[in-house]
Ligand binder design. Sequence first.
Ligand code: PLP
Length: 455
Amino acid sequence: MDQRFAHLSNLAAIDAAHHIHPFSNMQKLNAEGTRIIERGEGVHIWDSTGKQYLDAFAGLWCVNVGYGRSSIAEAAYRQMQELPYYNCFFGTTTPPTTLLAQKIASRAGPKLNHVFFTNSGSEASDTWFRIARVYWKALGHETKTRIIARNNGYHGSTVAGASLGGMTWMHEQGNLPIDGIVHINQPYWYAEGGELSPEDFGLKVARELEEKIIELGEENVAAFVAEPIQGAGGVIIPPETYWPEIKRICAKYQILLVADEVICGFGRLGTWFGHQYYDFEPDLAPIAKGLSSGYLPIGGVLVADRVAEVLRDQVGDFYHGYTYSGHPAAAAAALENLRIIEEEGLVERVRDDIGPYFAEALSSLADHEAVGEVVSVGLMGAVQITADKASRRRYEKPDDIGTAVRNHCVSNGVIVRATGDRMLFSPPLIIARKEVDQAVDTLRNALDWLRDGQR
Ligand code: PLP
């Protein structure tokens, strides 16, 4: 253990007394005790008992270059010594911040050349939400304020972020969504596709966007937002027909297309951004996570030329910003992280090598009696648990099943995540083939345990 904390044998008790955790049931957590993670290296982390885990979830979808990269720490350290903080308000910037904006733009779609920095994906959601409304107002379309989002999408935990997200259990806490946000169905064929083929279902749910635009009136709709692949909602990979139809609809109507790239960005799908994988170009794209591989908090919104030009030429002052927008140390860490991704060819590695290997390894679970479907793109994958393969019947309490299978994997040394009864993988982009095998084998053992009724 780090010597600074070595004397604290009672850290769990201190945690229970003082620390309110995000997305946690505190009563349960205090009763069961907190898992204290102390160290990371490559794809592995260690807890305070010395137990090693293969982190097949890259923290929270974010540690793309893996743990223990000293060059990122050194870049942040050098920047902190040189200039630990200055802001980007009132016509100022710092060198790493500006260079980071240039670097990000160089990797995004050709018309995405501008970045507004935030500290997180949630703040990025709030930021584009305001930009979209400000944009239309500046163009004289005062009524174009409504945003269409998707059921079960996730866009963060701020008031706008949670409202844009389509998680009803989040909406119940805090009287959300706020006004002006409506949701359409997600392209989750396994659970909601019924008798339709995946292709027909993909078209059907994409066309809900068109129906909603017509219902609300094009003159009242500012934007549509979606994750290229819905992450926290369960790695919902849309049928092939989905994005081309969304693209067609967005081109037909005057609304902004917002791609939430917080998970899909920075190599996870074997492309720099998810919009490149699905061959479309958004007007706005929130980013975070893989931007710094989580080494320091930083996010942002990629802004297309046509929107940035209106902000520049017609809006005047945009009254929006965070004290730490474009924080120089976070920007220096992010620049070094992106340098590593480029130098080690991690995006290409995901596309050509480890992504296909991962897809093949994961699909070896498809025949398992407890598995309904296996899906993946790049290094983002899901295994759907089923109570009956033929009818796609789900267990009565999907959350309990997913949690039990996840806990089985974690106690056997592999961190995976469960969303309901879907088991999710999102490992660091540096994961080796044998580590992919270990992760898949560990899940297979957990599924055997479930099938054999030992739960
Ligand atoms: N958007 C997506 C797609 C996300 O997955 C997340 C977080 O998981 C967010 C936004 C919110 O990002 P943050 O937790 O950094 O606020």
